[in-house]
Design a protein around this ligand. Structure first.
Ligand SMILES: C[S@@+](CC[C@H](N)C(=O)[O-])C[C@H]1O[C@@H](n2cnc3c(N)ncnc32)[C@H](O)[C@@H]1O
Length: 363
């Protein structure tokens, strides 16, 4: 509601007194009455509302800024206005029918109007409640809830695996940062690999080998993961973790800048990879995607991690090199007709982030 103007627009106003016709002004006046700004008075058996002294003072000062009661009457007020106006129109239409018809028709029309009024009042009351009752925040908005939900699902859907647990513990003990994928993301990678019958997987960004273990577990006995890692210390911890998980012969950790390793793989004309997981330095994402397209075949899957970055990806004016790296990647994907992709936004122990998952569609 826009203050008293709405009352003036709707009702017959005479020097601060309103004569509400049923359905048109009652809800607005009742709210004003609750605020002590108007009071109901009975005159000749007819209910009227008039301004209290507070209402008068309020009306005088409202030009200086929004009145306190206006804040209460925002979202629902447009609905009230339109419901009230609808009711008045219905009322006028029924009066016309009643005037033109028989006594029976008139009685029926009045019954109909009474029922309609009741429904509209209920709707108005609901709208008012919604607008004035503070709503609790959505439970899903809290990182603490994300974590608990993740624990719940992981507990139910992801079994214990000594190799994975050891990799996490050993990586932490070795001082590696905890920037590995979460268990549910690792499981997603392994499901994707298994569902396409992947035999050859390429990973860019090994860290301590946690995601490499997930991927390698999804492959048949003759399957192979090639994983690329810049930091020799990370590569060393990863090799130990992979050996501990019984996967030393299935996973090859190549040390050095990934761009060079990718170029070498492409130059050597290696058999195409069925799945590529890109999870290294984000500023080089577009370059890695370009290599991934060269090292795959139609039907291969490419997954790129950390593309939402707490929502910052949508900031077109960003100067964050990692976000810029993601946005360059998205441009490259959008311009690549042989790759069909989508984004999955994620929340959980790793905060608010997301993955791009796509399929290579052409040679
Ligand atoms: C997010 S972590 C990988 C996490 C791993 N995929 C997992 O989920 O267990 C990124 C890794 O990429 C490595 N890295 C950063 N820049 C790189 C580069 N230019 N070439 C290869 N690896 C790089 C980092 O040293 C780090 O170990």
């Amino acid at each position: 509601m826009r203050g008293y103007e709405m009352l003036e627009e709707l009702g017959e106003r005479t020097q601060g007194v309103w004569h509400p016709s049923p359905g048109s002004l009652y809800p607005a006046l009742r709210m004003l009455e609750d605020q002590g700004l108007v009071r109901a008075v009975e005159t000749d058996g007819r209910r009227q509302y008039e301004l209290t002294s507070e209402g008068q003072a309020d009306q005088e000062t409202r030009a200086a800024g929004p009145a306190p009661w206006e804040a209460m009457m925002d979202a629902a007020d447009q609905a009230e206005l339109s419901l009230s106006s609808t009711l008045r129109q219905v009322s006028m239409a029924i009066s016309q029918v009643a005037e033109a018809g028989t006594a029976d028709q008139k009685a029926q029309a009045e019954d109909l109007l009474t029922g309609l009024r009741r429904q509209v009042y209920l709707l108005l009351a609901e709208a008012t409640d919604t607008a004035t009752t503070p709503q609790p925040p959505a439970p899903g908005a809290s990182p603490d809830v994300w974590r608990r939900v993740e624990e719940y699902f992981d507990g139910a859907l992801i079994g214990a695996d000594d190799g994975l647990s050891h990799a996490l513990a050993a990586s932490e003990a070795a001082g590696l940062p905890g920037i590995n994928v979460s268990p549910s993301q690792g499981k997603l990678l392994s499901l994707l690999a298994r569902n396409i019958g992947a035999r050859r997987v390429l990973e860019v960004g090994t860290l301590g080998g946690y995601s490499a273990i997930w991927l390698a577990r999804a492959l048949p006995p003759d399957g192979r993961v090639v994983t690329l890692e810049l930091d020799p210390r990370h590569a060393e911890v990863a090799r130990e973790n992979l050996a501990q998980a019984g996967l030393a012969d299935r996973v090859e950790v190549q040390t050095g800048p990934a761009a060079g390793s990718l170029q070498t793989l492409a130059g050597a004309g290696v058999e195409p990879f069925d799945l590529v997981f890109i999870d290294a330095d984000k500023k080089s994402n577009a370059e890695y995607f370009g290599w991934a397209m060269r090292l795959t075949r139609p039907g291969s899957i490419i997954v790129i991690d950390n593309v939402v970055r707490g929502g910052r990806v949508a900031d077109a004016g960003t100067e964050d090199p990692n976000v810029l790296g993601v946005r360059r990647l998205v441009d490259a994907i959008a311009a690549e007709p042989r790759f069909d992709a989508t984004t999955v936004q994620t929340v959980g122990s790793k905060g608010y982030d997301g993955l791009i998952v796509g399929t290579v569609t052409g040679p």
